[in-house]
Design a protein around this ligand. Sequence first.
Ligand code: AMP
Ligand code: TRP
Length: 329
Amino acid sequence: MPRVLSCIQPTGSVHLGNYLGALINWVSGQHEGDVYHGIVDLHALTITESPGILGKQTLELAAMLFAVGLDPDVATVFVQSHIHEHTELAWIMECTVSFGELSRMTQFKEKSAKRETDFVSAGLFTYPALQAADILLYDAQEVPVGDDQRQHIEITRDIAVRFNHRFGDTFVLPKAVHPKAGARVMDLQDPTSKMSKSSVTDNGLIYLLDDNATIEKKFKRAVTDSDGVVSYDRESKPGIANLLDILSACTGTTAEQLADKYSQYGPLKNDAGQAVIALVEPIRTRFHELMADPGELSRLLIIGNDRAREVAASTLSRAHKAIGLLPRI
Ligand code: AMP
Ligand code: TRP
């Protein structure tokens, strides 16, 4: 089984796009690989400014990952800041990557430009070195990422190759893999844009923690079109296509087959809403159970953290030995 690493930043609440587009595949993927899932809170630090928020978001995301079905006995779920090897290896990574290489990172250029007069931390610049540490610590062979992260996996490979060349074979070379195609969920109010936490209003977003009445209301108000015919066409009927795609992702029936079953928008909106409720209600219940039982949640996290720490410590020590640092006395 390949060793697979995916990481997610604890920023914002998990929405239906995250679930149907990514998390649902994490759950099925846990039986197809030796999977590690990091909640990368230290990465979020590059832009988080308010005190006291990150820890709460980290805990909630952990509860959500278990609630959607990651099984701690199978998948290793860990918190990045609980494994000190990440920041220790990150320094070694920083000394193995050049200023020029980091300067070419598109994500840094974009994020720093967007911050304009805001504080641009050095951490935002060296971010790929920490990400390289995340990946190389676990001897990850596969890293499922979207296109925006491919450059970061490439630089990780370059760092690994350079380190191995300087100090001898130490790190496994990772490769970026396309995550299994999940559904692409669009905003219910603006079905030509992806459902996203950066959207201007919450009305087009379904959060996994929304209550049933809110979900029903958001589906009822979903933007459609005025021609009144149910057919599956993403280009000319994006609102209807999105509802069909969501219903399809929840039921397993294809969007085209579903389109044949409806002649009016109202019942389609209603059924899509009910299908989503049926899918997320048990997740929400499990989430609240876990949040109400901190002992159990800690127990689950400790299982993952312990397993992650063991692998990370052994890789870091291999790197120290390869460099020839004086062994601890
Ligand atoms: P983000 O919240 O943008 O950091 O994304 C976390 C994960 O959810 C990534 O794997 C994204 O590809 C996936 N994702 C985010 N929004 C959507 C969406 N609207 N439809 C499908 N997948 C999504
Ligand atoms: N940079 C990634 C993002 O913005 C998150 C991330 C951090 C990551 N470390 C990683 C992704 C290691 C894959 C592997 O989404």
